[in-house]
Design a protein around this ligand. Structure first.
Ligand SMILES: *Cc1c(COP(=O)(O)O)cnc(C)c1O
Length: 433
């Protein structure tokens, strides 16, 4: 096992991903390529569903936050595993529907849904809007009235929590672009507006404090603040909230220096706090929704590259350049996210070499990691970056006119193409003049 149990080394000394030989995958499908172990994703879905229903009650539901990794196949898995999904754009909703995902189990997020988004989502029959602000509430109410329907909504609330993660992925603090804050009084205001708005049925509240969080305390704190707020709503408005969505954000182990989180244990701990607080504030336990993205899919993925130039700058650093980079994985460039890299064709050799792994773009910041612990590499080696299942393909671009890699899904050790490699023709398909 390397970092996660779906990564291992076989008798040839090759990296295996979900029991498939990474070197053979690279030969068969080319590089760069995203590899995704389906069994790991399904196992994670089941862990969440089982723990949520066991500790929060039979009606609890995990949603897959599909911005983490979005293509039709992933929505089919979410549907088969009995999860709902969280979508943040018309494009995600379209992809979910195309995959046959039941629209009533879609939650539609976003801090700036356009009028077009609102119409498209209503046309699609999206079950629940997570309304971010008063402007959106008014626009949605007007459109619902025009259609003669009543739309189920949650309100996005900012509980004012700093979860001690990267600044760019914090979302639950008061000055966030997301939601309405409790401390400023805006949260109570929007609740009152939602309760009296035409064409709207307020089902509950949502909060999401951030991402890649390893500590349970910020979740428990957020949950307790939300429960207190639900009690306040009951007292002031005489209205008992049915549903509380606690968001996603549980962390994932990317390197040996990260802890491994037992997600079932984490859910159990959060549930204990929520149960206590509901009793203390004399409200019924709402239906609990969880919204994991990263923790369902990240560990299932790895990206395979071919090593090109290897450069040693004496007294400075070593560079290993690969045939991908920030277009397929922008996370180091964006957040200095740490990854584990290894040479897949010598995966059993000790990682005693230090190198900066660079991409192929004309951009000094195009790096997959600096000072990474890896094996010494040479041109033609297969370099694997592990734990790339989340926020890689979904954040990929065509910068430098580089086609996006394919997604190869492994099921019980057998590979199949889930998303084909983009071609140069795909790159020019929208160019009109
Ligand atoms: C991104 C996001 C999630 C998922 O976060 P992870 O860290 O990937 O679990 C859940 N809910 C909302 C509203 C989000 O924006």
């Amino acid at each position: 096992m390397i970092i996660h149990e779906n990564f291992d080394v076989n008798e040839k000394g090759h990296l295996t991903i979900g029991d498939a030989d990474a070197v053979e995958l690279a030969e068969k499908f080319g590089t760069p390529a995203y590899i995704l172990d389906e069994n790991t994703i399904r196992k994670n879905c089941r862990t969440y569903l089982r723990a949520a229903t066991e500790y929060f009650g039979a009606d609890a539901l995990p949603l897959y936050a599909s911005k983490a990794l979005c293509f039709t196949g992933i929505y089919k898995i979410a549907a088969e595993e009995g999860l709902g999904v969280d979508c943040v754009s018309g494009g995600e909703i379209f992809t979910a529907k195309k995959a046959g995902f039941p629209a009533e189990k879609i939650y539609f997020h976003g801090n700036n849904k356009t009028n077009r988004d609102i119409k498209d989502a209503l046309d699609a029959g999206v079950g629940t809007f997570v309304v971010d602000n008063e402007d959106e509430l008014e626009a949605l109410s007007a459109e619902a009235v025009r259609r003669g329907i009543t739309q189920r909504i949650l309100l996005r609330i900012t509980p004012g929590i700093d979860p001690h993660t990267h600044r760019a992925v914090v979302t639950g603090n008061v000055d966030s672009k997301f939601g309405s804050a409790i401390v400023t009084g805006q949260a109570m205001e929007i609740v009152k507006k939602a309760l009296s708005a035409d064409g709207i049925r307020l089902a509950g509240l949502h909060c999401h404090i951030g991402s890649q969080i390893f500590d349970i305390d910020p979740f428990s704190d957020a949950a307790s603040i939300m429960v207190k707020f639900i009690a306040e709503i009951k007292e002031k408005c005489g209205y008992e909230i049915d549903e509380l969505n606690l968001g996603g954000g549980l962390g994932v182990r990317y390197t040996e220096y990260d802890r491994e989180i037992d997600y079932a244990e984490a859910i159990k701990d959060i549930a204990a706090v929520v149960t206590d607080f509901c009793k203390e504030h004399r409200i019924k336990m709402p239906k609990i929704i969880l919204e994991p993205g990263r923790s369902l899919v990240a560990a299932a993925g790895a990206t395979l590259y071919t090593v090109g130039s290897v450069k040693e700058i004496p007294g400075f650093k070593n560079y290993i350049s690969v045939d991908g980079g920030m277009p397929d994985n922008p996370r180091y460039a964006l957040y200095q996210s740490q990854y584990t890299a290894l040479i897949a064709n010598r995966a059993d050799a000790p990682r005693g070499y230090r190198a900066t792994v660079a991409g192929r773009c004309c951009e000094s910041g195009d790096l997959l990691g600096e000072n990474m612990e890896i094996q010494k590499a040479e041109r033609g080696d297969i370099l694997a970056v592990l734990v790339t299942g989340a926020y890689n393909y979904s954040m990929a671009s065509n910068y430098n006119r580089i086609p996006r890699p394919p997604i190869i899904m492994i099921k019980d050790g057998e590979p199949r193409i889930a998303v084909r490699r983009e071609t140069y023709e795909d790159l020019t398909a929208n160019d009109v003049i």
